[in-house]
Design a protein around this ligand. Structure first.
Ligand code: NCD
Ligand code: ZN
Length: 340
């Protein structure tokens, strides 16, 4: 039987941590080799919160990716102090602004506490007028399994207070977030590949798996089913965002494991396998690129990635970072990448 060939055009990763310095230089090409572009998260130390910092970070990314054809879509770390004049001055340089609740995840200490709509109004109204999308890490500081579901009421408050503001619920993991998508026209979402594949059982049901530990934590089977449904049909309000979040091996395999799953080098292979297994390959192009192009109004560089159904053994590590499924075999391999 001839093996299955799948060609993806201009894959986009709309939630990516590229880090900085040595880590940036070590892992940037893992995304740039196969993706046409990615939305770059701003949670550096200190966070990217000025025009100068954003432009300097973009330059370091461009240097790290070298010859690859890859667009870094830049973001700023949300601050309620951002005023209209500042946002106007930076509009052309960014694709979105990312809001973190204070202290909820890696390097989010300077984020928002309390979600007082009136305190947020000046900056969010200006973003709405300037058509700057707002990406949100939606978790409260409640019980870990309920944090995202509890945050849905905050999404709803924001979505109705700022009906023209495009809000992206980042890396959703629950059926409650999926249900919210259809209630508000201005709510959209990214979904990771690991949350389509694993549940909390895979993280902590047997021996603890630090390389599958991330924020938000993987949830219940029924949550994964709800995510799979909208991803596999490429619901127009969802798009792929890997939340690939590398940490050095010593920060994961330790007492006090850092949160983040590193999937960048295998994300396309895993998604192709998943869509194939569920007989949904006709929708993968929309999930991996088309929906994001419409939601963000971006036109990525063409980049054809050819995948073949041939087993690929995932390396044990990439420059000191352990990927998801390290040393295991996955069903699809990348056969080639063509530009233009
Ligand atoms: C991310 C990181 O390490 O920067 N970690 C994670 O578990 N996803 C931050 C984030 O997106 O929450
Ligand atoms: Zn993230």
């Amino acid at each position: 039987m001839p093996s299955t060939i799948v060609t993806l055009d201009a894959p986009l990763d709309m939630h990516l941590h590229l880090r900085d310095e040595v880590m940036l230089r070590n892992i940037a090409k893992a995304s740039a080799a196969t993706f046409s572009g990615a939305l770059i998260m701003p949670n550096l130390v200190p966070p990217v919160s000025s025009k100068e910092a954003l432009l300097a970070y973009k330059k370091r990314i461009t240097e790290a990716i070298g010859e690859e054809h890859f667009t870094p879509y830049m973001t700023l770390f949300f601050k309620s102090e951002y005023d209209r004049a500042f946002l106007e001055s930076v509009r052309e340089e960014l694709t979105a602004i990312k809001l973190y609740p204070a202290g909820i995840t890696t390097n989010s200490q300077g984020g928002v506490s309390g979600f007082d709509i009136e305190a947020l109004r000046p900056s969010l109204e200006a973003m709405s007028d300037l058509e700057i999308p707002l990406c949100i890490h939606g978790e409260t500081n409640g019980f870990v399994m309920d944090r995202e579901a509890e945050f849905v009421s905050i999404y709803e408050k924001l979505a109705s207070a700022f009906p023209k503001l495009k809000i992206i619920m980042e890396h959703i993991t629950t059926k409650e977030s999926v249900a919210a998508l259809d209630r508000f026209e201005n709510l959209h979402a990214t979904i990771t590949v690991h949350h389509l594949l694993i549940t909390l059982d895979d993280v902590a049901g047997g021996m603890l798996q630090p390389h599958l530990f991330c924020k938000p934590i993987a949830k219940r089977p029924q949550d994964r089913e709800a995510l799979l449904k909208v991803a596999l049909e490429a619901h127009p309000k969802v798009m792929f965002g890997s939340d690939s979040a590398p940490h050095p091996r010593h920060a994961k395999e330790t007492c006090g494991c850092a949160a983040g799953v590193f999937t960048a080098p295998i994300a396309l292979q895993l998604l192709t396998e998943l869509f194939d297994t569920h007989r949904s390959l006709e929708h993968i192009q929309a999930f991996i690129s088309g929906n994001a192009q419409k939601i963000y109004g971006i036109a990525p560089l063409s980049k054809k990635v050819i995948l073949e159904k041939e087993p690929f053994r995932v390396p044990a590590e990439y420059n000191g970072v352990v990927p998801m499924y390290a040393s295991e075999e996955i069903a699809y391999s990348i056969k080639g990448v063509r530009h233009g």
